[in-house]
Design a protein around this ligand. Structure first.
Ligand code: ATP
Ligand code: MG
Length: 347
């Protein structure tokens, strides 16, 4: 690894080689089209190129959902089902249940000694998220989630982390923590690089906030087609357009932004032209979009129903992945503890 690669937090795939990706989701509910365009689609592509580890972060889900741990098991299953439905291949990707790897919690404890509270308090991503959720007081767990994310990454020796630009401060912090740990204890834990995803956030059906589980403005990958049709019909378009022949402004239309995310180039161009020139009404435009979404989801639904009929296979995939990842985790923790000179044994 040369010094340039050492210093930059952002990965450069054209110049350097990377080996293992770590990515994941909090099992807080069904995944939606925003997740698909913002991360899942990319993961399906990347799993052919890199060894891919996908963490279902059930402990991290508790940072905002600690009142309902009993929902985690069902949600873990549903997230795994969404993964498999959208083309995550268990032979290429290792899917892991976070709470079944206790080494992550242990490494989090060691890392937490190396982080001061103020940078966490002032972390822009944490501040935005706390504001969006209306938190006045932050729990120790919520404030510290970037530290536990650092442990997630380091424990599996992952070097490439696909994230949106808003997550970059977390990767920078992770690199700082790992660097400090390595220097202090003369250890050699892997420092991660961010693989920045340039796709801007998919807006929700309300046309205002980003599509999110928590805002009730999402089209879920597991929604049935009748529901999707109803949701698309309800989506906000250019409010100044009353009649189909009125000239519209696609730039402020939610449906057009979905066309841009999911339709082919021709249909995007045609939609833009026809809308601007009053040649297509919103009803027809929404029907066109529905067809596109249906085509996208049909093959997913086929895989989903296979796994719904074979639920044990889903749990097997999860346990096999977790077991494989657990071996790497115990290896990393052993290295970390040895370098700290705290690997005691009773003889
Ligand atoms: P929660 O309500 O639990 O926060 P969410 O729907 O906001 O759920 P997250 O779990 O916060 O989703 O998102 C995980 C990742 O999924 C994000 O970092 C991002 O990569 C991607 N993602 C989520 N929502 C969108 C979206 N609307 N557009 C693009 N990407 C998204
Ligand atoms: Mg969120």
């Amino acid at each position: 690894m040369n010094s340039i690669k050492e210093n930059a937090a952002v990965a450069d795939e054209s110049k350097f080689e990377y080996e293992r990706i770590l990515t994941g989701d909090r099992p807080t509910g069904p995944l939606h089209l925003g997740h698909y365009v913002g991360s899942l689609k990319n993961r399906v592509r990347l799993q052919d190129k890199y060894e891919t580890f996908i963490l279902i972060a059930d402990i991290q889900a508790l940072t905002t959902n600690f009142e309902h741990p009993e929902r985690l098991k069902e949600n873990i299953f549903l997230v795994a089902l969404d993964y498999l439905a959208c083309g995550i291949n268990p032979n290429l990707s290792t899917i892991i249940i976070q709470s079944m790897i206790p080494e992550i919690a242990e490494l989090t404890a060691f890392f937490s000694m190396l982080v001061s509270v103020n940078p966490l308090r002032h972390n822009p991503t944490i501040k935005t998220e706390a504001k969006e959720r209306g938190y006045k007081e932050l729990t120790y767990g919520f404030l510290g989630y970037p530290v536990s994310q650092t442990a997630d990454i380091a424990i599996f020796k992952a070097d490439l982390i696909p994230v949106g630009i808003d997550q970059l401060p977390h990767i920078e912090l992770a690199r700082k923590i790992v660097r400090k740990f390595n220097e202090l204890y003369n250890c050699n834990l892997m420092k991660p690089f961010a693989l920045i995803d340039k796709f801007s956030k998919l807006v929700g059906l309300d046309g205002n906030l980003k599509m999110s589980k928590s805002y009730g403005n999402a089209i879920n990958l597991s929604d049935n087609f009748d529901l999707i049709k109803t949701k698309i019909r309800s989506a906000l378009t250019d409010e100044n357009r009353i009649h189909p022949a009125d000239k519209g402004n696609p730039e402020i239309c939610t449906i057009y932004s979905y066309h841009r995310a999911f339709s082919n180039e021709n249909l995007i161009r045609e939609t833009e032209y026809d809308c601007k020139n009053g040649k297509i009404g919103c009803v027809k435009c929404k029907e066109n979009l529905f067809k596109i979404i249906k085509e996208l989801l049909e093959p997913m639904n086929e895989r989903r129903s296979y796994y719904l009929n074979n639920k044990d296979e889903v749990w097997d995939i999860l346990f096999t992945g977790t077991k494989k990842a657990g071996l790497i985790a115990s290896d990393t923790l052993r290295e970390a503890k040895e370098s700290m000179k705290i690997s005691y044994s009773f003889s």
